[in-house]
Design a protein around this ligand. Structure first.
Ligand code: SF4
Length: 400
C-alpha cells in the first residue's frame, strides 16, 4: 500500500480526478517532452461528460498552454471512467501516444502500470491486519504509522495549515460561485448568523457546517484546496478538525495524529475499493471523507482502536449507495451541502461508536468492500456523468 502522505494533495479545485490528476499528468508530459511542438489530449468517460463544469481542459492547459484538448463522449470499453489520451507531436510526427487514468484523489496511472509517483510503504493492506499487528506489538495506530512514515508529521503540518487557510478564506468570502447556477456563497452567513437563544448543540452544528461550506465553496471557486481524500469532498475533514481545534481547543499535535489515522483509513479505501466518484459514485468520495473524519475524531477523543474502527465503519455504512449527480457538471449541488451533512454525520458516528462498539457485526474492511461492489453495480449515469439524478431533473426542468 502506498504512503499516507499522498492521500492529502494540495491543488486547484473543483475536482481532484478532473483537475488535480489531469494537471499532474500534463506536467509529467511537459517535463518528459520539453521540445514537443504540440500536445493533443482527448478526454473520455466522466472527464468528457462533466464538461466545463469540472474544468478539466482548463487544468490541462494551465500546465500545457500549447495543448489541444477535445472530448470524446461516446467511447466505450475504457480502462477507467476517467481516461485521457495524451499525444505528443514533434516535427509533424506523433512521437508518443499514451492513455493515462485519473483514478481519484489526484492520483494518476499510465494504462497498464501502477502509479509511479507514490511510494509503496505498507505491507499490510487491511484494517484487520493492521489492528492485529498493533495489538500483537502493543502499539497504537499512530505509533504504527510513525514507524512506517517517519516524515509524515512534517507533511501533515503543511497540510493542516493549508486546510485551515481554505476554511478561513472561505469564511470571509461573499458573492456568487462561478457557473450558470448563480449560487450565492453561504459560509460567512452560516458562521455569523447566530440564532436567538442558540443552544450549544445548534452552535456546534452551525459552525461545523459553516467550516464545511467554507472549504467546499473555495473548491467550487477553483481555489487551492487539499484532497481529503478528494477535492469534491474536501470540506468534511477540515470542518470537523477545525471545529475541534478552534472551538474546542484541541492542540495541533493531536489534530495531526487524527489526520494521520484519517489518512490511513483513506489509504485503505483507495487501495481496496475506490475514492473516485466516476468509479463508485459519491459514496466513494463523501462516504470516504466521512469515514476518515469519524476515525480521526475518535483518535482525538482518545478512543480505542475498536472504537476508531467502528466510528469509521458507521460513517461509511450510512453513505452506502450515495450517487454522484452534480448539476450542470459543477461541484456545487449536491456537493457543498453534502460536505456539511457528512461532517455532522461523522461526529454522530463517533458518538455511537463510544457506546456500541462491542455489539458491532460488520468490520471496516467489510464495509469498504461492500462500498466498492455497490459502486460497480451502480448504473453508470449515477457515477459522475451529470446524466442522472438531480442533474437530470434540473436539466429537464430547464428544457420545459
Ligand atoms: S456528488 Fe459527490 S462525488 Fe459527485 S462531484 Fe459532488 S462531491 Fe464529488
Amino acid at each position: 500500500m502506498k504512503n499516507i502522505a499522498s492521500v492529502y494533495k494540495i491543488g486547484h479545485g473543483p475536482s481532484s480526478s478532473h483537475t488535480v490528476g489531469p494537471y499532474r499528468a500534463a506536467m509529467q508530459f511537459k517535463q518528459s517532452y520539453p521540445d514537443a511542438d504540440e500536445f493533443r489530449v482527448t478526454l473520455y468517460g466522466s472527464l468528457a461528460l462533466t464538461g466545463e463544469g469540472h474544468s478539466t481542459a482548463k487544468a490541462i492547459m494551465s500546465a500545457l498552454p500549447n495543448a489541444v484538448v477535445r472530448s470524446d463522449r461516446r467511447a466505450k470499453k475504457l480502462p477507467h471512467p476517467n481516461t485521457m489520451l495524451f499525444e505528443v507531436i514533434k516535427d509533424g510526427q506523433l512521437i508518443k501516444s499514451q492513455r493515462v487514468l485519473s483514478v481519484g484523489g489526484g492520483q494518476v496511472k499510465l494504462e497498464g502500470e501502477s502509479s509511479r509517483d507514490e511510494e509503496e510503504i505498507y505491507e499490510l493492506e487491511s484494517f484487520s491486519g493492521i489492528s492485529g499487528y498493533c495489538r500483537e506489538h502493543g502499539i497504537t495506530l499512530n505509533q504504527y504509522i510513525a514507524a512506517k512514515e517517519p516524515e509524515l508529521k512534517d507533511h501533515l503540518h503543511l497540510i493542516w495549515q493549508a486546510m485551515r487557510r481554505e476554511v478561513e478564506a472561505g469564511l470571509k468570502c461573499e458573492g456568487e460561485l462561478p457557473g450558470e447556477l448563480h449560487i450565492r456563497r453561504k459560509a460567512k452567513l452560516l458562521y455569523e448568523k447566530r440564532c436567538y437563544n442558540e443552544s450549544a448543540d445548534v452552535t456546534m452544528n452551525r459552525l461545523v457546517a459553516a467550516y464545511a461550506f467554507a472549504a467546499s465553496e473555495q473548491n467550487a471557486s477553483e481555489e487551492i484546496v487539499v484532497t481529503a481524500p478528494t477535492c469534491g469532498a474536501c470540506g468534511v475533514i477540515p470542518a470537523v478538525f477545525y471545529y475541534m481545534q478552534n472551538d474546542r481547543g484541541f492542540p495541533e499535535e493531536e489534530i495531526l495524529d487524527a489526520l494521520a489515522v484519517a489518512g490511513l483509513l483513506g489509504n485503505l479505501i483507495r487501495t481496496n475499493a475506490s475514492i473516485s466518484g466516476a468509479e463508485c459514485g459519491c459514496q466513494a468520495e463523501i462516504g470516504s471523507a466521512c469515514s476518515m473524519a469519524a476515525g480521526g475524531l475518535a483518535v482525538l477523543y482518545k478512543l480505542s482502536t475498536d472504537q476508531i474502527e467502528y466510528a469509521a465503519e458507521i460513517a461509511m455504512e450510512h453513505n452506502l449507495g450515495l450517487t454522484c449527480d452534480p448539476i450542470c457538471g459543477l461541484v456545487q449541488i449536491p456537493c457543498i451541502e453534502r460536505n456539511a451533512v457528512a461532517a455532522m454525520r461523522a461526529m454522530s458516528a463517533v458518538n455511537l461508536s463510544r457506546f456500541l462498539f462491542q455489539t458491532r457485526k460488520i468490520s471496516f474492511d467489510e464495509v469498504i468492500s461492500t462500498m466498492y461492489r455497490t459502486g460497480k453495480d451502480m448504473n453508470e449515469k449515477y457515477r459522475e456523468t451529470s446524466h442522472g439524478g438531480l442533474a437530470e431533473i434540473y436539466r429537464s426542468k430547464q428544457n420545459t
